[in-house]
Every structure is written in C-alpha cells, then in structure tokens.
Design a protein around this ligand. Structure first.
Ligand code: 5RP
Length: 221
C-alpha cells in the first residue's frame, strides 16, 4: 500500500478510541473514512447506528452489516462525528468536499458534540486554499455563482459530477483563505450556493494526524 494510504489507515484506526458503543455515530466520506469503516467493522465495537454523509458511505457501512439510520429518526445531536478533510489549518478550520459530500457532511458536523478529523500529514497547511475550494451549487445558478466567486478573486471550475443532492460542484482555485470564517459567511450568502466546503464556523474538535512518526492527537484550543 502506498505511504499516504498507510497514513490514512493509521489515522482511521486511531479514531476507534472515539467510538462510543451503543450510541449513534456520524460517519463522513472519502478514502480515509473508508479505512475507518473497515476498522470499525473488524473492531467488534457495536454502535446503535451510523448516520451517513453520502450514498457511498452508506453502501460501505451496509456491506459490513453496520446499521445506518435516517437522521430524521434520531435525536438532535450526534455524540461523535468522524470524517476526513482536504486541508486543515492550525485552528482546525478545514476545506472539505473533495469527495463531493460537503453538504451532508456539514449537516452532520453541525450536530456533533465531538468532531474528530482523521487525516494524513499532507492535509495540514499553514493557510487554507491550495486545495481548490468546493462549492455545491443549484444547477441553474452555476453561471451566476461562478461570476460572484470570480469577483471574490477565485477561479471556479465546474466539476463533471452530480452530488447526492442532485446539485453541481464548482472547485475554486486561487484563493488565499486568511479569514476562513469571513469567507465561509460571504460565500454562504450568494444565492444559489447550497454549501461552501469551508468548515470554519464549525471546525474540528480533535485532529488525529498520521505522520511517519505515528498518529499525533490534538484538541482544538
Ligand atoms: C468528502 C471529503 C473528504 O473528507 C475529503 O475529500 C478527504 O478525502 P480523502 O479521505 O479521500 O483524502 O470532504 O467530501
């Protein structure tokens, strides 16, 4: 297995200590989360049910026989949410949505008492923005939202992809995100934007960062 995947798997395994048996668990999307689901399935730990952030995650959970719950059927919070990221900064603000699941991920993040981010060391950056920022958009608004994003200094590119919500994604490059909270709020205000992949107002609480020297665990200040 290539080194980056080995690191992803290490972070995923470390997240098992945050799984609360007998409780609901929020589960993100992506390859790192894919490793986590495999670890969860083989760990013998039993949760009451998982709330999934994407159709892909749901399929993987069900393939392992792990129960998946509808968010509408459970109470109004998740004790723990485990997910990866595309970039994370020193304040645990993140860029997410490389896998296209940002809207459901943001809903689950907003309900989490503890948001555990699992990542390999390449994801930790001093300033967010090297990874193009995903923005989920109502299809009819792709043009108008693109123009607004250009006015903010970004270069949007339409991804050849339709989200689980039937929407489109603009990947915005060229942004130096020095104030992630302000930019998240600004992009959220553009009519036609469903979700911006900046997770700054609600960032992670815990980072499990896999490095060549092992998994480093840190909590948000
Ligand atoms: C999906 C995400 C993922 O967390 C992000 O893309 C990281 O993916 P991976 O674990 O495959 O590197 O935000 O929408």
């Amino acid at each position: 297995m290539e080194l980056q995947n080995q690191l992803k798997q290490m972070a995923a395994k470390a997240a098992l200590e945050y799984v609360v048996e007998g409780e609901y668990l929020g589960v993100g999307t992506g390859t790192t989360v894919g490793f986590f689901i495999t670890e969860l399935a083989t760990s013998g730990k039993k949760v009451k049910g998982c709330v999934s952030s994407s159709e892909a995650t749901t399929r993987q959970l069900l393939a392992y026989g792990i129960p998946v719950c509808d968010l509408n059927d459970i109470v109004d919070y998740l004790p723990v949410y485990i997910d990866g990221c595309d970039e994370i900064d020193g304040n645990f603000c993140m860029i997410k949505g490389g896998g296209g699941a940002l809207t459901r991920e943001k809903i689950l993040a907003s309900l989490a008492r503890t948001y555990v981010c699992i990542a390999d060391e390449s994801k930790l950056v001093p300033v967010l923005g090297r990874f193009p920022l995903p923005v989920e958009v109502i299809p009819m608004a792709v043009g108008v939202v693109s123009r607004q994003l250009k006015a903010l200094g970004g270069e949007p590119k339409l991804r050849d992809f339709t989200t689980d919500n039937g929407c489109k994604i603009l990947d915005v490059s060229g942004l130096q995100i020095t104030d992630p909270v302000a930019l998240e709020e600004k992009i959220n205000q553009i009519p036609g934007v469903v979700t911006v992949g900046l997770f700054a107002r609600r960032g992670a609480d815990v980072l499990l960062l896999a490095t060549a020297d092992g998994v480093k665990e840190s909590a948000a200040l």
